[in-house]
Design a binder for this molecule. Sequence first.
Ligand SMILES: [Zn+2]
Length: 138
Amino acid sequence: MHEWSLAHSVVAALDKFAQENNIRRVVKVVVSLPKLAMLDREIFREAYAELSKGGPLEGSELVIEEEPPRFICRSCGKEFALEQVAPQVAEVWSKYGEENPLHFLPDLAPMFIRCPYCGSENVAASNTEIRIKRVEGI
Ligand SMILES: [Zn+2]
């Protein structure tokens, strides 16, 4: 399951961060998940709790935020939101199901999305990455 591998990367990065900054115990972590990837928060939470056992992250509070992607058309310069291309995104989901490339690599969004204003395929996306926004520890 993809959520587990992402949680694994997050936990590994945080373990390293704690070690480098002499944090004995991490109390709270705020993570932002890309909305486009439609990750299962509960699975991610479960994986995080399980993978952090025995390390400085054990028992820490995990706050999950969801970051909506932002798109900009390189042809007409207009910006647009996920809602405006919802049917296109839904189409990708129905075509690929569980193997949806957006779930695994939301970075690839521009390959599947056309500008709702001019129809151009030359689209750039941001906020498609998983991010660790804040770490609190002692
Ligand atoms: Zn455009």
